[in-house]
Design a protein around this ligand. Structure first.
Ligand SMILES: *[C@@H]1O[C@H](CO)[C@@H](O)[C@H](O)[C@H]1NC(C)=O
Ligand SMILES: *[C@@H]1O[C@H](CO)[C@@H](O)[C@H](O)[C@H]1NC(C)=O
Ligand SMILES: *[C@@H]1O[C@H](CO)[C@@H](O)[C@H](O)[C@H]1NC(C)=O
Ligand SMILES: *[C@@H]1O[C@H](CO)[C@@H](O)[C@H](O)[C@H]1NC(C)=O
Length: 401
């Protein structure tokens, strides 16, 4: 019975994915992307089936699939790779073997995965971090953090912040031969959220002597208070990240209460006393006209549910909620956005807000890009878009670090 239901479920998932194919015509390597899209949809669907059949918990199947992709710390001719622990946070270190007269720059990379999945052990991140160490002759630290739904906000933030703070100590930087004036914090997607939040806190933490020189945010998630931005509407059925999936992941970051997920889908999750925060994410003023198109701004519905969830109003969960004087402290920033991305407007609004307070921002926008593509830069599928994102990011680092 279970098996038949599973087969039927699989069959329906495949049909549904073909019916709902909304892949824009200008996407490169169209058939590869369709294959990825179908696999992603099928996995999410099977995960749901397994949950309904009581075989596994929600997300377990996807975590299992992710872990099949994990790599061991393998050194090569150029880079020594080791796994270790910073305080309680597992990290993978990439130390260039090349002799260097001067201390090296460093990059701390925080992986994506919707706060629920992923690790620096994934093939794509291992390859990116190794590449960074090699190309820039830099010390690279890939860091992991506790994941939802077992762990909620602020665990993910705390783990990342604690590891970064540990690394920034004099004795640790000296141990790895790192130049304290040349350190970048980077991340993609939810890792971009953590990188942005960590950078904000490092810059104001009086206990931290060495500050961050650069931050690089690749299609970052930067706020959880408005789920009705133009990019949410245009990419509701996005290629890897649908609006539903995005909201499910973000809500499991902050709570186990399923009703929050539903309220977020209707954009009715914020309390009355959050009204003053909406000016920080008001896309009708912060989004360039090109992206606003004909969308009409509607005020969010506040106070429909009075969730007592401090995370909803916390800048460590939504770095876009920092006020202008907090943003002024931020280092030179790289932001990469993709057109076909539910969270595109988070990145675009952060570009505007940072530029408004005089922070130096380099912004790359990929017209035919989609969320999560970096994960597919390794084989298979060896997606050109993923490699392009890597190269844009590395070339900025190379010029600025
Ligand atoms: C080591 O570095 C050289 C020179 O940059 C490069 O050609 C080679 O591919 C690198 N090896 C690995 C395993 O990345
Ligand atoms: C957002 O901006 C529009 C003007 O473009 C303004 O009418 C509206 O009141 C603003 N809303 C908030 C919550 O800041
Ligand atoms: C939420 O709180 C506000 C003011 O404290 C109140 O007016 C509103 O009725 C409350 N909503 C619910 C659903 O309890
Ligand atoms: C910005 O936020 C900080 C921290 O909450 C606060 O101390 C400061 O007064 C705020 N500045 C402005 C201009 O609102």
């Amino acid at each position: 019975m279970g098996f038949k239901a599973l087969c039927l479920g699989l069959f329906c998932a495949l049909c549904a994915s073909y019916i709902y194919i909304t892949i824009p015509g200008n996407i490169e390597e169209y058939w590869k992307v369709i294959a990825l899209f179908t696999v992603a949809k099928t996995c999410t669907f099977m995960d749901m089936c397994f949950e309904n059949l009581g075989i596994m918990k929600h997300g377990d199947l996807i975590s299992m699939i992710f872990s099949l992709d994990y790599t061991q710390p393998l050194s090569d001719e150029n880079v020594t790779v080791t796994d270790t622990i910073f305080v309680d946070t597992p990290v993978r270190l990439y130390l260039p073997k090349r002799k260097s007269e001067i201390r090296r720059p460093a990059v701390i990379y925080i992986h994506g995965g919707g706060f629920c999945f992923g690790s620096f052990r994934q093939k794509a991140y291992d390859s990116l971090n190794r590449w960074t160490a090699n190309k820039l002759n830099a010390v690279v630290v890939g860091l992991d953090y506790r994941l939802a739904p077992q762990h909620h906000f602020p665990a993910q933030f705390e783990d990342s912040f604690t590891a970064v703070k540990f690394f920034l100590q004099d004795k640790i930087l000296r141990k790895y031969g790192v130049d304290p004036t040349r350190i970048c914090v980077s991340g993609d997607s939810s890792g971009g959220n953590l990188a942005a939040a960590v950078t904000q806190q490092v810059q104001i933490d009086l206990e931290i002597k060495h500050k961050i020189k650069l931050q690089a945010l690749i299609y970052p998630v930067l706020q959880i208070i408005d789920s009705c931005l133009p990019s949410h509407q245009e990419n509701e059925h996005g290629i890897i990240l649908t609006k539903d999936l995005g909201i499910k992941l973000v809500s499991s970051y902050i709570t186990t209460d399923e009703t929050v997920t539903q309220a977020m889908r209707r954009n009715q999750h914020m309390p009355l006393e959050s009204r003053h925060l909406f000016k920080f994410v008001n896309w009708s003023t912060l989004l360039p006209k090109k992206y606003r198109k004909n969308h009409v701004y509607t005020e969010p519905v506040l106070g429909r549910h009075n969730y007592s969830l401090p995370a909803l109003m916390d800048i460590r969960a939504s770095p876009l909620l920092a006020n202008d004087s907090q943003l002024q402290n931020l280092p030179s920033t790289y932001i990469l956005t993709c057109q076909y991305d539910c969270v595109r407007d988070d990145g675009l609004m952060y570009v505007t807000r940072l530029q408004n307070v005089g922070v130096q921002v380099t912004h790359d926008h990929i017209e035919n890009g989609f969320h999560g593509a970096l994960l597919f830069m390794v084989s298979p599928p060896y997606l050109r878009l993923g490699l392009r994102i890597r190269d844009m990011y590395i070339s900025w680092l190379d010029k600025n670090l």
